[in-house]
Design a protein around this ligand. Structure first.
Ligand code: SF4
Ligand code: SF4
Length: 460
């Protein structure tokens, strides 16, 4: 079986075992054992929360270096719209796009443009009344994976449209190969990413067999080199104007951008993984059946708050708002363009999304019930402080680990102390009965008296 690739990894050398990360992991995927963190791969959704909170920078997201673009004869940059919010006093988005050419890319295709096509495809799919309501956005790969792991019953609610990144990659390759008459296999498309989850979704595509994206470079890595080569955005003779996306697509970088683009009122947009979990619980319990669309993004503020961005999320939000306000009202996508996109790219999922219920205790229902009873018994016996000193997320997680055979009750520091105290008490009691050898030897008279007493005691 092919192993699942994760962008989020641990640098063991740097980990101090401080346990800060275990509390923030939304899928309880981290344990600290023997003084080091350990990520349970099947549970990790690459949300990057642990990267944000680790004070020792021991959690890292592995992305591709800028030099990796040289694997291809022709290189296309696919900038996420969140990249635009990173630069101070940015006069125009074109400046960023031209800067990417100066860095060595041959072409730039905005993912915001891909988002505009995704918008049209979602609108079209939402007309299908057979789709489970509320329809759930599939734009954030961390949320899709969260649904696979924690809310598998909601898989049918996921909208089966490819992400703006995938749509942009396909369109960019088609456009470039047609324009310059080159073979598509010589073209590499690289996403400029604000998050680790996107990197993971390139290696482990969701809803499709193979990603059209060939690599991901983090915004953090590209920010410095890009800042140094960015000119003023003015074009020399014959140079192509690259900015095609409108405010609709650029707005996808912020929470609510996708919902707004769909021209519907009955949608709910929620950001921050913990908030999203609370709403998914409501959907799972059937409380939001009258909602049309739910947009959930793992990061606070949306992609602008991704763990791999350079600028403070709120500062970047404000910058993007100003850029959007300045944008000319470009023409929206024409029906001809949509038809062309439908014919030229795979915009709909063609691979089933399978549940990954890693939280279940056993495949066999009867064993699972038995284990659950055992878990409840152990849990009731634990102190319930959720202190994290055992290296697990909570007392309940420790109870689960014990049932699974990965931990023992003595990993609980309070239980351990209690055990040591009982043992110490037993040892004290035992020691009272053991002669020390230091007792004073009785003199002749005392010995005679003791013998006499014993004689009388036993002959009475
Ligand atoms: S936050 Fe987690 S990864 Fe970072 S040092 Fe502490 S235990 Fe290790
Ligand atoms: S990336 Fe998210 S899911 Fe994975 S270990 Fe870190 S906090 Fe947990």
């Amino acid at each position: 079986m092919q192993t699942y690739y994760h962008s989020v990894t641990l640098d063991k050398e740097k980990c101090m075992g401080c346990t800060n990360c275990i509390k923030r992991c939304p899928t309880e995927a981290i344990r600290v054992r023997d003084g080091k963190a350990h990520i349970i791969a099947e549970r990790c959704i690459d949300c990057g929360e642990c990267i944000r909170v680790c004070p020792y920078h021991a959690k890292v997201a592995v992305t591709d270096p800028l030099t990796s673009i040289n694997r291809f004869k022709y290189k296309i940059a696919l900038p996420a719209p969140s990249l635009y919010g990173q630069f101070k006093k940015l006069a125009s988005i074109e400046k960023v796009l031209q800067g990417l050419l100066a860095l060595g890319f041959d072409y730039v295709f905005e993912v915001a443009r891909g988002a505009e096509f995704a918008t049209e495809f979602i609108k079209y799919r939402m007309k299908d009344q057979h789709l489970e309501r509320p329809i759930i956005s599939s734009a954030c790969p961390a949320i899709v994976r969260l649904i696979q792991v924690r809310f598998p019953e909601l898989i049918p609610n996921l909208i089966d449209v490819e992400s703006p990144m995938e749509i942009a990659a396909q369109m960019a390759k088609n456009e470039f190969s047609k324009k310059y008459g080159v073979d598509k296999k010589d073209i590499g498309a690289f996403f400029i990413t604000p998050c680790a989850a996107k990197m993971t979704s390139i290696r482990n595509p969701i809803g499709i067999y193979k990603s059209s994206v060939d690599g991901a470079i983090s915004i953090l890595d590209i920010y410095g080199p890009l800042s140094t080569v960015m000119g003023n955005g003015s074009l020399s003779n014959g140079q192509e104007f690259l900015q095609k996306a409108t405010a609709v697509g650029v707005g996808w970088a912020k929470s609510g951008g996708e919902g707004r683009s769909l021209d519907i009122d009955n949608y709910l947009a929620v950001d921050g993984i913990i908030n999203v979990i609370k709403v998914l619980e409501e959907i799972e319990n059937g409380k939001l059946y009258d909602l049309d669309f739910f947009e959930g993004l793992a990061c606070i503020g949306g992609c602008l708050g991704g763990p791999l961005v350079f600028e403070n999320n709120f500062v970047a939000q404000n910058r993007l708002k100003k850029l959007i306000a300045k944008m000319e009202p470009h023409e929206l996508i024409s029906s001809d363009e949509i038809e062309q996109a439908i014919n030229q790219c795979e915009w709909k999922w063609n691979k089933e999304i399978l549940p990954k219920p890693v939280m279940k205790l056993d495949d066999d229902i009867f064993s699972a019930i038995k284990k659950m009873e055992e878990l409840e018994r152990i849990y009731a016996d634990l102190p319930g402080l959720d202190c994290g000193s055992c290296g697990a997320h909570s007392c309940r997680t420790l109870a689960e680990d014990i049932v699974r055979g990965h931990a023992s009750e003595l990993d609980c520091i309070i239980k351990f102390r209690e055990k040591v105290r009982i043992l110490a008490q037993e040892m004290i009691e035992l020691s009272d009965h053991i002669p020390t050898g230091k007792e004073r030897k009785p003199n002749d008279k005392e010995e005679k008296d003791e013998n006499k007493r014993n004689y009388q005691k036993y002959t009475r």
